[in-house]
Design a protein around this ligand. Structure first.
Ligand SMILES: Nc1ncnc2c1ncn2[C@@H]1O[C@H](COP(=O)(O)OP(=O)(O)O)[C@@H](O)[C@H]1O
Ligand SMILES: [Mg+2]
Length: 334
């Protein structure tokens, strides 16, 4: 009620022009203030991001991992990679030796792999079978050292990865760098994630066209040439792959991942066979390529189809993380 006399007083004393100016001024100021608070909210959000990124950078490295020697971080957190040799090669295939392997996903969680002992001969095809939850995928993860085994060891061609703690000074040992160890395994997971970039980059981790001839001849040998030409509507290796391979089907992602493995010449190919989600056309290509072009290499397949199991040399039957049976398909299959 007291504001009206003030306004009347203002109107009688102040000219209409200055009143308009005053109102415009108030309007501008309030918009600016509003914008400031919006910006403040955005800034706070960005700070949270920075905080999380910082947290990520300060995480300790996984056991045995190392950074490129050029990376600069606080010395007590990171250490540079020593130059180490890779897995020694002896022919196309690799011998895999699993000894007393015990694995669990956390100290308070149940064992998912219990006392596994297994030697896979070079060039052998091994099928892993078992119910859902029996530990098939866990065994693959263990091979790739996604989770360091709590007990026991895994070696390829006689060498083990160095899993000394990241902060510890690496002792001179005959073990090889974890990264080098992983390079000897070509992993084709059930749902491989590709990254954003060209098809070429997803295959050979470089966008230099210098290797195109090698890539194309590899794609030709595994019957993927026609597919690669069609998928990008003529762009070929320059086809853009979206984030996580979003523009490809699950089957196509596996095909790309398989071609990548073959190009890497890994002596050990490990694959989790696709289940029903895969399209029939890709499935046919996958099976054929895997059969034809892994000759001589050691292959481990988590098999879901009976036809695959039958083509393997030996079958490992897992039951609740334990080896239930190991033998030829005739012996293991009822
Ligand atoms: N990342 C994980 N964290 C905790 N437990 C897991 C994880 N992955 C799998 N498991 C458990 O390990 C057991 C074996 O799973 P998995 O190896 O995926 O079996 P399979 O591939 O034979 O179906 C299951 O009981 C599952 O719940
Ligand atoms: Mg699985």
């Amino acid at each position: 009620t007291s504001i009206f006399p003030v306004i009347t007083c203002l109107i009688t004393r102040v000219s209409t022009g200055s009143l308009a100016t005053a109102f415009t001024f108030i309007l501008v100021v309030s918009t600016t203030i509003q914008q400031f608070f919006e910006w403040l909210a955005n800034f706070e959000e960005a700070l949270t991001g920075v905080e999380r990124f910082d947290h990520y950078l300060r995480r300790p490295l996984e056991a045995g991992a190392s950074l490129p020697s050029g990376a600069q971080f606080a010395k007590h957190v990171r250490r540079a990679a020593p130059h180490r040799a890779g897995v020694p090669l002896n022919g196309d295939g690799a011998e895999v030796r699993i000894e007393n392997l015990w694995l669990r996903y956390g100290p308070s969680l149940p064992w998912v792999l219990q006392d596994l002992n297994l030697v896979i001969k070079p060039g052998e095809r091994l099928a892993i079978v078992g119910r859902t939850g029996s530990g098939k995928s866990s065994l693959i993860q263990a091979l790739y050292l996604m989770y360091p085994p709590e007990k026991g060891s895994i070696s390829i061609n006689g060498v083990k990865p160095d899993l000394s703690a990241a902060e510890a000074k690496r002792v001179a040992s005959e073990n090889i760098d974890l990264e080098e160890f992983r390079k000897s395994i070509g992993l084709i997971p059930q749902d491989p994630t590709l990254f954003r970039g060209t098809l070429r980059e997803n295959l050979v981790a470089t966008n230099e066209p210098s290797q195109d001839e090698i890539i194309w001849s590899m794609l030709r040998t595994i019957n993927l040439e026609t597919w690669a030409k069609e998928v990008g509507k003529g762009l070929g290796l320059d086809t853009e792959i979206e984030e996580r391979g979003g523009n490809l089907s699950a089957g196509e992602r596996q095909l790309v991942c398989m071609a990548r493995c073959f190009l890497s010449h890994a002596p050990l190919i490990v694959t989790d066979e696709a289940t029903s989600s895969i399209d029939p056309a890709s499935e046919e290509l996958l099976i054929k390529a895997l059969e034809d072009h892994t000759r001589g290499r050691t292959v481990i397949i988590v098999a879901h189809r009976l036809s695959t199991v039958k083509t393997c040399d030996r079958v490992l039957w897992l039951d609740q993380g334990r080896l239930r049976m190991l033998g030829t398909p005739e012996e293991v299959l009822p």
